[in-house]
Design a protein around this ligand. Sequence first.
Ligand code: ITT
Length: 192
Amino acid sequence: MKLFVATHNQHKVREISQILPDFEVVPDDPEGVEENAPDFIGNAFVKVRAIAAGHPGEWCMADDSGLEVRALGGEPGVRSARYAGEPASTPNNNALLLRNLEGVEDRTANFTCAVALVDPGGREHSAVGRCFGRIALAPSGAEGFGYDPLFIPDGFDRSFAELSAEEKNAISHRGRALAAARKIVMAGADGQ
Ligand code: ITT
């Protein structure tokens, strides 16, 4: 089944394709949208609505995600992509995060992934996944993207960037949100 995904982030496209191998994932850049909602799910709907009109009768999806650090009051949160300002820069974001956590003992954090779906009839659905862990003292690993070198999921002593794609996807916020999204799509597909 075709799934149009409103994103310009190739890393997300790769992970979504790995997590949903039986779907034909087709990226579509939601050009010019302002992700100005106060929460992940609001921004996911901003993105998916921007592409849905262009794909009538098809399933469309968007993923809005980010890192929430307890000692920083949930920051970077919805600002994860541009935490260190414009233009978005992963090295700058990661450096700023480490700086803001200097000397901080409680490094508890979680990733959240909110998925917004528009079904072929134009109805809207959503799913959320979270992954809990902690922020490392220094980056490690070369897999993944974004904050992965700094995030150590609970139950592991390696960062997301040191896990294989299969290991990350099995426990990640995106893996969990997409498992729920898959159920919504399959239920909808059965009912059509
Ligand atoms: P689109 O909006 O085009 O999908 P984006 O990268 O701007 O791409 P978001 O607005 O959802 O996406 O911001 C998500 C940011 O959160 C992303 O750029 C990373 O910095 C971080 N992030 C999300 N999921 C992540 C993951 O699995 N591993 C590491 N960092 C992640």
